[in-house]
Ligand binder design. Structure first.
Ligand SMILES: Cc1cc2nc3c(=O)[nH]c(=O)nc-3n(C[C@H](O)[C@H](O)[C@H](O)COP(=O)(O)OP(=O)(O)OC[C@H]3O[C@@H](n4cnc5c(N)ncnc54)[C@H](O)[C@@H]3O)c2cc1C
Length: 477
């Protein structure tokens, strides 16, 4: 018989994606029992294709790995210091991608699944949680992601007394490498950047003349799009993941200043002629047999995608391993609904993690899973955990979700939107560097670089102090 006494010593994590997998790992690492409930393969989402935990549904990139100059690279470094399973599995399965950390998606997911499966404190329950969790689950992390199944989403929406805002995201197509014409395309990373596990020649580049670009933009605009359903017509796009044809609608040159910018690359087949625009493809699997078209998330229908993308020089005979598509995103109005420890104010036994909290991206979702796991484990041990310093990438993202966002909308509609980690979320430096080590003044972009590096250095120092003061002490108690 199930006891009706709340079980706070066992943590229940709902959703075995990026956030839920990391959360379960952190809870178990703190010595607390955890049950991870994942509905796949019994019930699939619109985007997941496998039963693997932490499946990457679109790009295989964890973005920049540069901890000194880039906020997401800094978040990688912080998560590694916190023993992240997601980062450990990504590092073990990386594929070359210039300055980015990209992974073999199947190897990555298999590594996460195996580590969780092998952990004696973790039980994996393959079941959909189709209503609010039973009341006897006293310590729950909900990490069901942007594609949370409808019954659970409805139950949460009712509990929060809000209409969860949904918006559109779109995924990019993947091409078989051996179908790309390398007598037209060439391998090169922008500015020959080497990056982690890279060679400086990691991307496949397809050049376009002005005429080809003009015709391509016209074809994008004319291509048939997937129809909107009634409820979707007023749903806005998230700016960080605009479909390629929506970017084209914003202006004829928009793509040339975005994913198709022709800078930092030289066509070896025709070195004297500068391409007017360039389409890049990034390696998608460890074998190097699949490449995704960078920034080409799309809502064109399948027929239009094949026709229009095959007008790209080098892709005339492209075979697509997966075509792009649209998806829904569900997330809470977290600054209003969650407390500083990611608990639902209306029902504090429910803690949220991942993209549902209004962060955006694989790494950000996993990082919020990480901190939710640490909080839940502290709860289970009747301890409390100070939040990570606001000066860290993790603390600044958490702060944004749980209170940093300022509600600016009039007429009562919420303005909170999913957010990637960025240096704009960090508290300002007490003193901004103005001189180089040799005493000469920093100029122009040097100042921006020095500021980012100072923010990163401060973050890592503060994170180390927080780990020593709070996590090591908690572990010893
Ligand atoms: C189509 C699509 C493309 C995206 N592309 C990118 C990208 O290219 N790069 C990027 O950085 N981010 C991308 N994102 C955004 C986001 O970072 C990812 O969705 C990320 O996986 C979010 O992590 P998560 O753990 O919150 O959710 P998920 O990784 O989606 O994990 C949620 C898990 O919960 C399970 N689940 C759902 N409902 C239930 C239930 N009721 N009971 C039990 N289990 C349930 C799901 O099966 C899933 O395994 C994309 C999102 C989508 C939907």
């Amino acid at each position: 018989m199930i006891s009706s006494t709340p079980q706070t010593d066992t943590v229940h994590v709902i959703g075995g994606g990026l956030a839920g997998s990391e959360a379960a790992w952190q809870v178990a690492n703190a010595g607390v029992r955890v049950v991870l409930h994942e509905m796949r393969p019994l019930r699939m989402t619109e985007a997941h294709r496998t039963e693997g935990l932490a499946e990457l549904v679109c790009s295989n990139s964890f973005r920049s790995d540069d901890a000194a100059n880039n906020a997401v690279g800094l978040l990688h470094a912080e998560m590694r210091r916190l023993g992240s399973l997601i980062m450990r599995s990504a590092d073990a399965n990386q594929v070359p991608a210039g300055g980015a950390l990209a992974v073999d998606r199947d190897g990555f997911s298999a590594a996460v699944t195996k580590a969780l499966h092998d952990n004696p404190l973790i039980e994996i329950d393959r079941a959909e949680i189709a209503s609010l969790p039973p009341t006897e689950w006293g310590n729950v992390i909900v990490a069901t992601g942007p594609l949370t199944s409808a019954p659970l989403a409805d139950a949460i929406r009712e509990l929060t007394d809000e209409n969860a805002l949904a918006f559109f995201d779109a995924i990019a197509p993947i091409v078989h490498k051996d179908s790309i014409d390398m007598s037209v395309a060439w391998f090169q990373s922008r500015y020959d950047k080497v990056g982690p596990g890279g060679t400086g020649a990691d991307y496949i580049n397809c050049p376009m003349t002005k005429e080809q670009y003009d015709a391509f933009v016209a074809a994008l605009l004319a291509g048939d799009k997937v129809d909107f359903k009634d409820w979707e017509t007023n749903t806005p796009y998230f700016d960080g993941c605009l479909p390629v044809e929506v970017m084209a609608e914003r202006g004829h040159e928009t793509l040339r200043h975005g994913p198709m910018k022709p800078v930092g690359l030289t066509n070896p087949h025709n070195p004297t002629v500068k391409p007017y625009a360039i389409v890049q493809l990034r390696q998608d699997n460890k074998l190097g047999t699949l490449y995704n078209i960078v920034g080409f998330q799309t809502k064109l229908n399948y027929g239009a995608q094949q026709r229009v993308f095959r007008t790209i020089p080098g892709l005339e005979n492209a075979e697509f391993a997966r075509l792009g598509g649209l998806h829904r995103n569900t997330f809470l109005n977290s600054p209003k609904l969650l407390d500083g420890q990611l608990r639902l104010r209306a029902q504090p036994r429910l803690r949220f993690a991942g993209q549902m909290t209004g962060c955006e991206g694989y790494v950000e979702s996993a990082s919020i899973g990480l901190i939710a796991g640490l909080y839940a484990a502290a709860n289970a041990r009747a301890q409390s955990l100070e939040p990570p310093p606001a000066t860290t990438a993790l603390g600044s993202l958490l702060g944004h979700i749980t209170g940093g966002h300022i509600e600016t909308s009039e007429a009562g509609t919420r303005s909170f939107q999913p957010m990637n980690v960025n240096f704009g979320l960090f508290p300002p430096l007490a003193s901004v560097p103005s001189k180089k080590p040799d005493g000469t003044r920093l100029r122009g972009n040097e100042k921006t670089v020095a500021k980012k590096q100072a923010l990163s250095a401060r973050a890592l120092t503060d994170l180390d102090r927080w780990i020593a003061d709070h996590l090591r002490v908690a572990a010893a108690a």
